[in-house]
Design a protein around this ligand. Structure first.
Ligand SMILES: NC(=O)c1ccc[n+]([C@@H]2O[C@H](COP(=O)([O-])OP(=O)(O)OC[C@H]3O[C@@H](n4cnc5c(N)ncnc54)[C@H](OP(=O)(O)O)[C@@H]3O)[C@@H](O)[C@H]2O)c1
Length: 236
């Protein structure tokens, strides 16, 4: 379905090889945008999405990735990892990796996108999580990274307003979404994941993509800053 507001627009979606990023990149491409999909494994991108191979844990690779982008209207900072890494007993190497990918790389991508957005402003959507609003008991170091995504979003929104820059920056905060990320987050607790899946119809990547598209379609004067979404049966 071609959607006139996206034709002529260029979008970059990080983590477009799986889950929500794949669904968002596909929707944007179908709506008529030119879409770049950034990830490590570029074999699995939606049709007609241009691959940018990049490991976001390495700032030098982010520099290279953006060096080929001369103009951009939309940045979707979606890539993220969720490891079970408690504060009391987790491996600090896991904390560091999550911090680099979920937080540091996301902030760098925001900064790089601002350099190539039009004068009239662009749009940035950062995928946070319900774990960025409240800490689940197994949230460990993952939840703090998602709180940081919201804090970065608000810090940037307010900086831009004081600069008179009309770029809109927002978060989407989903609860459980049925993607491969959950297999990693629940590693060693597979029975718990099965039980959780059996107890609810989880959000699907397409549900999140739909909310992202809604946010992108709002008129220029509307600054929708966060969407919190859970499946109806999720309690916390
Ligand atoms: N699933 C959930 O329940 C849930 C809930 C709330 C929020 N979230 C958030 O939603 C976002 C998307 O998650 P998902 O569930 O769709 O996960 P997913 O299916 O595991 O996809 C994660 C994506 O991130 C990319 N990625 C991971 N590490 C990367 C790195 N070092 N460099 C570049 N790309 C990297 C992966 O691509 P490559 O492996 O090809 O690099 C993949 O495309 C994440 O930020 C996650 O924290 C997920």
């Amino acid at each position: 379905m071609n959607d006139s507001i996206f034709s002529g627009k260029t979008a970059l979606v990080t983590g477009a090889s799986s889950g929500m990023g794949f669904a968002i990149a596909e929707r944007l491409q179908q709506a008529g945008a030119q879409v770049f999909g950034l990830c490590r494994n570029t074999d699995n991108l939606p049709a007609d999405v241009t691959a940018i191979q990049c490991d976001l844990s390495d700032p030098a690779q982010i520099d290279d990735a953006f060096s080929g982008i001369k103009q951009l209207d939309i940045l979707i900072n979606n890539a993220g990892i969720a490891m079970l890494a408690g504060i009391s007993d987790g491996d600090p190497a896991d904390w560091e990796l999550m911090w680099r990918v979920n937080v540091h790389a996301l902030a760098i991508c925001c900064q790089k996108a601002l350099d190539v957005f039009p004068e009239s402003g662009g749009q940035i959507i950062n995928i946070s999580s319900m774990s960025g609003h409240r800490v689940p008991k197994t949230g460990g170091f993952y939840a703090p990274t998602k709180f940081a995504v919201r804090a970065i979003t608000e810090a940037l929104r307010s900086e831009l307003r004081f600069q008179g820059n009309k770029t809109r920056v927002a978060t989407v905060s989903p609860g459980f979404v049925e993607t491969p990320l959950l297999d990693v987050y629940f590693a060693g607790r597979e029975d718990q994941l099965e039980k959780t899946k059996a107890s609810m119809k989880m959000l699907q990547p397409e549900d999140v993509a739909e909310s992202v598209m809604h946010m992108l379609r709002t008129p220029d004067h509307v600054d929708l800053t966060d969407i919190q979404m859970r499946c109806t049966e999720q309690k916390s």
